[in-house]
Design a protein around this ligand. Structure first.
Ligand code: ME8
Length: 664
């Protein structure tokens, strides 16, 4: 029989700052799948890593006063330590600054030039540095990056281009022939409607205005565009074009990838650019690209400027890595956005883990100790109740597989919890303490055996999700990893041997004081406001209330409360000085008079107003917006404007009113 292989990847993250629980979410998804496939007997290769080139990283290192490599090395060490703590079982960690990757990228580039897919020209257009994306004038949204809403820069430089259009029809045909290539399906329609049907422009694949990248071997003034560099990590890490026969063999064994996992904002790069590069290289395309939703915070998307992010280490320190993994996999419906709240975390930890699972194990062990000296008894009198329990466990195991095959992690865990909850109810219904009192040892034995066999099946099914919890359960249940813990053994009820001696230990998930924990988490989140983390989502910040605001997709409006509106401090302010921000032709730097204080605000209105037109205008200022730096210039607030298509008009105040007056 031919070997069953499974190659899975996460995005390679930018080490421009520390990562947050959003990155932990993707990496845990891929880890859960990798573990699941290993348990099913596949030869698995799980790749993650870091995307270490590009303008964003160069700037970030400059800001920190370090050379890029030194700056990046520190963060990469931090990332690897985090994955270690979260039990991420990757087989390889690729860094795009490694020679194995750089050499391959140079070879690929040369080949694509030679075969005419890449040609030299001059690029003039827009560039979004946070997203490392090129945009045409037409694609910009009100003059800003259509992906993240942040200002773009005009770039004009000699560049190499990739003839994307040449492959567009083949790509569309590939989508049609492989209906499962992109998941969720809505992303496929987005790609077709927004990018492929309007026609693909040639893609600029080199830059000359900065140096932190892989030089084009024959033309070293150019560095390879960071996305061409980054996407090819999926093949360089396996050993594509390597001279080492062992690596060539590894490449042949694992390519094409079974699944590339990521969040939705980079699906475009993986479902358009990446397949086209592969077609040009005559390589098979990945089988699936899976784009999950975003992890948001109560007050909107996680972002450094909002200061609403959480260092995963804090949650691991407090609750353990399995609890965090469980929460991420259970709470967020796959493909949708999900909100992190301390309340939701507490609910999952306290109810699902402590009350349901932890309690089932602990009370079962207590009874076993009390009534059977801690030894698993025989099941001598199975009744229809036991048969039904066994049937439920079997069906749940099948449901777990079915759900995991569809990336429905929440559904898979909910199937495991069907066994857990049934187990607790089964104990309540059979009342082993009453059987013990009556001296009905046969029935008591059957009941306790059934309970522990249910627990064994739960522990087997939990392995991909909670790699520390299953061995902890086995330890207390006297089970050795082996025949009783194989994936298939979850589908066979009755494998547990009677006579096994259990060792009751501490509850595996202690009950938490919810109020105290929520307060502590709120405090921590407040303290974390200075936590240096990535603005990696690259999306425009948006107010999100639970349920998640999908209004753009669904057309449904979510109302806000008056208190939400009251949080925004709007003030009348007068422009006393305005000037252009150097090298940012969209931005103006304004000095505003608020009556009692003066403020500096950077505003993206340069295309619509000349500085002198603004002097004396009374505008509306969002006065309590967290200060940020835009293009290195401090901006303390935001002024309001109305916009429609290409038009933009400032919201001004007519009539006499003192400066600083509140707008409500
Ligand atoms: O895009 N919710 O790197 P990146 C869910 N280097 N997932 C999140 C998240 C959130 N709030 N925040 C981040 C890049 N992620 C490129 C990738 S691949 C060839 C190059 C996760 O550091 C999610 O997987 O900005 C997202 O796609 C990725 O981090 C972006 O990471």
């Amino acid at each position: 029989m031919s070997e069953r292989t499974f190659y899975i990847t996460t995005p390679i993250y930018y080490p421009n700052d520390k990562l947050h629980i959003g990155h932990a979410y993707t990496t845990t998804i891929a880890d859960t799948l990798a573990r699941y496939k290993r348990l099913q007997g596949y030869a698995v290769w799980y790749l993650t890593g870091t995307d270490e080139h590009g303008q964003k990283l160069q700037r970030k290192a400059e800001e920190a006063g370090k050379d890029p490599q030194t700056y990046i090395d520190g963060i990469v060490g931090w990332i690897q330590a985090l994955w270690g703590r979260l039990d991420i079982s990757y087989d390889d960690f690729i860094r795009t600054t490694e020679p194995r990757h750089k050499t391959m990228v140079q070879k690929i580039f040369a080949r694509l030039v030679e075969q005419g897919d890449i040609y030299l020209g001059e690029y003039e257009g827009w560039y979004c540095t946070p997203c490392e994306s090129f945009w045409t004038e037409r694609q910009l949204k009100d003059g800003f990056c259509p992906d993240c809403g942040r200002p773009v820069e005009l770039v004009r430089e000699p560049s190499y281009f990739f003839r994307m259009g040449k492959y567009a029809d083949r790509l569309v045909a590939y989508y049609e022939e492989h209906p499962d290539f992109i998941l969720p399906e809505s992303r496929k329609h987005e790609m077709l409607n927004n990018f492929l049907r309007p026609g693909l422009e040639d893609l600029c694949v080199s830059r000359t205005s900065f140096s932190w990248g892989i030089p084009v071997a024959d033309d070293p003034l150019h560095v390879v565009y960071v996305w061409l560099d980054a996407l090819t990590n999926y093949v360089s890490a396996l050993g594509y074009l390597s001279d080492d026969p062992a690596l060539q063999q590894r490449f042949a064994r694992f390519w094409p990838a079974n699944v590339h996992v990521m969040a939705k904002e980079i699906a475009r790069f993986h479902t358009i650019y990446w397949p086209i590069f592969l077609m040009a290289l005559d390589l098979p395309l990945p089988k699936q690209v899976v784009a999950h939703g975003w992890l948001l915070m109560k007050d909107g998307k996680m972002s450094k400027s909002k200061g609403n992010v959480i260092d995963p280490n804090i949650l691991i320190d407090r609750y353990g890595s399995d609890a965090l993994r469980y929460f991420l996999m259970r709470e967020i419906p796959f493909g949708q956005d999900g909100v992190f709240t301390p309340e939701a975390l507490m609910e999952r930890l306290n109810f699902d883990l402590a009350n349901d699972l932890g309690n089932l194990l602990h009370r079962s062990l207590s009874m076993l100790g009390q009534f059977c000296d801690g030894v698993i008894p025989e099941s001598r009198q199975p009744t229809s109740l036991e048969t039904e329990f066994a049937q439920l466990a079997y069906e749940s195991a099948l449901q777990v597989e079915d759900a995991l095959d569809r990336y429905d992690f929440a559904g898979a865990l909910s199937a495991v919890w069907n066994i857990v909850r049934r187990g607790n109810r089964y104990i309540d219904e059979t009342a082993p303490w009453a059987l013990a009192k009556k001296g009905d040892t046969e029935r008591l034995g059957t009941v306790l055996y059934t309970t522990f066999e249910g627990l064994r099946i739960v522990s087997v099914l939990l392995q991909p999700f909670m790699p520390k919890t299953s061995p902890k359960m086995w330890d207390q249940m006297g089970i050795e990893a082996g025949e009783l813990t194989t994936w298939e053994s979850a589908k066979v009820f009755g494998k547990l041997s009677s006579g096994t001696l259990c060792k009751k230990g501490d509850p595996i998930f202690p009950r938490l004081d919810v109020k105290e924990e929520i307060e502590a988490l709120d405090r921590i989140m407040e303290e974390q406001k200075g936590y240096e983390t990535k603005e990696s989502m690259g999306v425009q910040e948006q107010a999100v209330v639970k349920p998640v605001d999908n209004s753009e997709e669904t057309g449904v409006v979510h109302f806000i409360q008056i208190d939400d509106f009251a949080k925004v401090d709007l003030r009348v302010a007068q422009v006393v000085h305005a000037e252009a921000v150097p090298k940012a032709d969209k931005l103006l730097k304004l000095q505003l008079d608020l009556g009692t204080e003066q403020r500096q605000v950077v505003s993206g209105i340069a295309k619509h107003y000349a500085p002198e037109q603004l002097i004396g205008q009374k505008v509306i200022l969002v006065a309590n917006l967290k200060p940020v730096k835009l293009r290195g210039v401090a901006s303390d607030g935001m002024i309001l404007a109305a916009s429609s298509g290409d038009q933009l008009v400032l919201a001004t105040v007519s009539g006499e009113i003192p400066l600083g007056a509140k707008v409500k």
